[in-house]
Design a protein around this ligand. Sequence first.
Ligand code: SF4
Ligand code: SF4
Length: 340
Amino acid sequence: MFFRVVDKERLPDLIAGLSSEFEVVGPVEKGGRFVFAPVTDPAEVRLDYDTTLLPPKKWFMPPEETIMRFRRADEEVVDDEVFAPPRVLFGLHPCDINALLLMDNVFTQDYVDPYYKARRDNTLIVGVSCIPSETCFCNIWDTDEVHWGFDIFLTDLGDRYFASLRTVKGAEILDRHVENRSVTDEDTLEFQRVVHVFKEAFSNTVDTTQLPVLLDAKFDSPIWDQFGEACLSCGACSMVCPTCYCFDVTDRLEPDQKTGTRVRTWDSCQFKQFAAVAHGQNFRDDRASRVKYRYYHKQWGYLSKFERVLCVGCGRCARACPADISPVKVVEALQTGGVR
Ligand code: SF4
Ligand code: SF4
């Protein structure tokens, strides 16, 4: 990795330059909140955003996509072409970049998902530093820092950005589109100071020591019933989560009953029908077992395979949950033995 410095006032040049080569998607304001959306004017980009409503995963795995078309008459099946235009995701926070790395483990290793992979290969990532909001807790999972998974990472030093260049493509693009200069000792000292300020800004501290052991020990705890009582099974926590990747596949017949499409849509383990199987059986019929399953998958099951928990502490689920259930509350309840 190597480093350059870009004056803040030059940032619009970079975004405009990228727009001449790629579709640029960045954080923009919408109704008082922030979303990742295509950018037509550099002035729309709000790098001071706290958290976006939906995570960047939708640009790699859309909420709904057609994966094939079929015609019953001649038994013809045609795979839908993957729509993967050259794109830049601009302004991702470290937690969201780390979330994509966790998604990569699922979609690009044992079973390569061609739709996800094509979009991942065709997308450049430009990250940006942030100041944690009160619902952020990436610090507890060590996802407040990111060292790979991006092409360029911009750390805000006030009047300038400290640009970390992870890939050759990132370096070339920076050079091509914006005036930049070498890093001085003063820049590096300021970078270290800013990183320290960031680390000190977290208000959420929760002890995750021996969490898998604790989960094993608390499998039959009544705290799961208490969380189940509160949960509304709305699925919002999964929908806004940058690391939830479950999907459903359905065949949709056209009214002519001869042609149709196979469609993949986001799903949630919090929906009652998620674990329903043939003959009307449902092996997670009650809300308590579904809430429990979500946490055991994220903080035990995924960990046992990939040695990371499947949470990056972005806090989106805490903001979205109408029942005030969050990973911090669940871990605290496991630690203390009761729901506060
Ligand atoms: S579980 Fe919640 S905090 Fe963790 S990554 Fe998902 S939305 Fe973010
Ligand atoms: S957002 Fe909250 S209420 Fe809705 S399913 Fe998730 S835990 Fe339950």
